[in-house]
Design a binder for this molecule. Structure first.
Ligand code: KIV
Length: 281
C-alpha cells in the first residue's frame, strides 16, 4: 500500500526526514519505489529532462497524464504527486479542479503540486474543497523563471524573505500538506520550516528542511550541461551508459555480439533452443 498524505505529514512531528525524487517512467519509478522513496514527484521538469524543452512552460496536461500514469503503475509504496503544468490552473477554478481530478482519476496520482504563493490561495481553496491533496512550491518556481530573472536563488533580500514566510503561512492555512522550497538560502528555509507545521521539502534550500527532493536525472548524472551546486550525483549513470554503449557499438561492429549462447539455434530434437530466453517467458 502506498504511503498516505497523513503518513507523510506525520513524519515532521516524528522528526523523520521525507525522501523525495522526481520520476517520469515506469521502470525508474519501480526502482525508486522498491528502494523506499517516500514521494515520487512527477515534476513538470520532465519537459526539460525527457522532452528537451528549454523550460517547463510548454508541458501540457497530456504530457503530465502520460508520465503520471506510467509512474503510478509502478508505485506500490511511494506517494505519487503530479505537477499541475503551466496553463492547467490559470483559466478558472472549475477548469483547475477538472485538470487536477484528471491527474488523480486518470493519472493515478495521490496529490497535485502547484507553484506560487499568495496568488494561489484561492486555487488551493478550490482544490481542497474538491478533496484534492495539494503540495505547494515556493522560492524558484520554474514556470515563472523568466519573471524571476532566471534559475536563481530566491528570497535573498529581507522583503522577499519576509514575503516568502508569509506565503508559506498562507499556503499552510489554505490546506497544502507539504511545501517545496527551491533555491532558497538555508537560513530562510530553516525559518520557514520552524514557522509552519506542515513539512518543507527542500531542493537547493539547505539541510534544515523536513525532507529533500532532487531531479532524478541530476541525481544520476544524466544531465551534463547544467549542474546546480546543490546537486549530488549519487551514481554517475550518464558516464556508465556512455561507456556501455561504446562497448556495445564496438562488439556489434566487430561481430562479437551476439555470441552463440545469446542466439536462438535450431536443434532438430528439442525444437528451437533458447526459446525460453524470450522476453516474458
Ligand atoms: O518539476 C520538478 O521536478 C519540480 C522539482 C524541482 C521540485 O518541481
Amino acid at each position: 500500500m502506498r504511503l498516505t498524505v497523513k503518513e507523510i505529514t506525520d513524519k515532521k512531528a516524528k522528526g523523520e526526514k521525507i525522501v523525495t525524487l522526481t520520476a517520469y517512467d515506469f521502470s525508474m519509478a519501480g526502482l525508486l519505489d522498491q528502494a523506499g522513496v517516500d514521494i515520487l514527484l512527477v515534476g513538470d521538469s520532465l519537459g526539460m529532462v525527457c522532452l528537451g524543452y528549454d523550460s517547463t512552460v510548454p508541458v501540457t496536461m497530456r504530457d503530465m497524464l502520460h508520465h503520471t500514469k506510467a509512474v503510478s503503475r509502478a508505485a506500490k509504496h511511494s506517494l505519487v504527486v503530479a505537477d499541475m503544468p503551466f496553463g492547467s490552473f490559470q483559466r478558472s477554478p472549475e477548469s483547475a479542479v477538472r485538470n487536477a481530478v484528471r491527474l488523480l482519476k486518470e493519472g493515478g496520482a495521490d496529490a497535485v503540486k502547484i507553484e506560487g504563493g499568495s496568488e494561489r490561495l484561492g486555487l488551493v481553496n478550490s482544490l481542497r474543497s474538491a478533496d484534492i491533496s495539494v503540495m505547494g512550491h515556493l522560492g524558484l518556481t520554474p514556470q515563472k523563471a523568466t519573471e524571476l530573472g532566471g534559475y536563481k536563488l530566491q528570497g535573498k533580500e529581507p522583503e522577499a524573505a519576509r514575503r516568502m514566510v508569509e506565503d508559506a503561512k498562507g499556503l499552510e492555512k489554505a490546506g497544502v500538506f507539504a511545501l517545496v522550497l527551491e533555491c532558497v538560502p538555508a537560513d530562510l528555509a530553516r525559518r520557514i520550516t520552524e514557522t509552519i507545521k506542515i513539512p518543507t521539502i527542500g531542493i537547493g534550500a539547505g539541510s534544515h528542511c523536513d525532507g529533500q527532493v532532487l531531479v532524478l536525472y541530476d541525481f544520476l548524472g544524466l544531465q551534463e550541461a547544467i549542474r546546480p551546486r546543490f546537486v549530488r550525483v549519487y551514481a554517475p549513470v550518464g558516464e556508465i551508459i556512455k561507456k556501455a554503449v561504446k562497448n556495445y557499438r564496438k562488439d556489434v561492429q566487430e561481430g562479437k555480439y551476439p555470441s552463440l549462447a545469446e542466439s536462438f539455434t535450431l536443434n532438430k530434437k528439442q525444437g528451437v533452443k533458447g526459446e525460453k530466453a524470450k522476453r516474458g517467458k
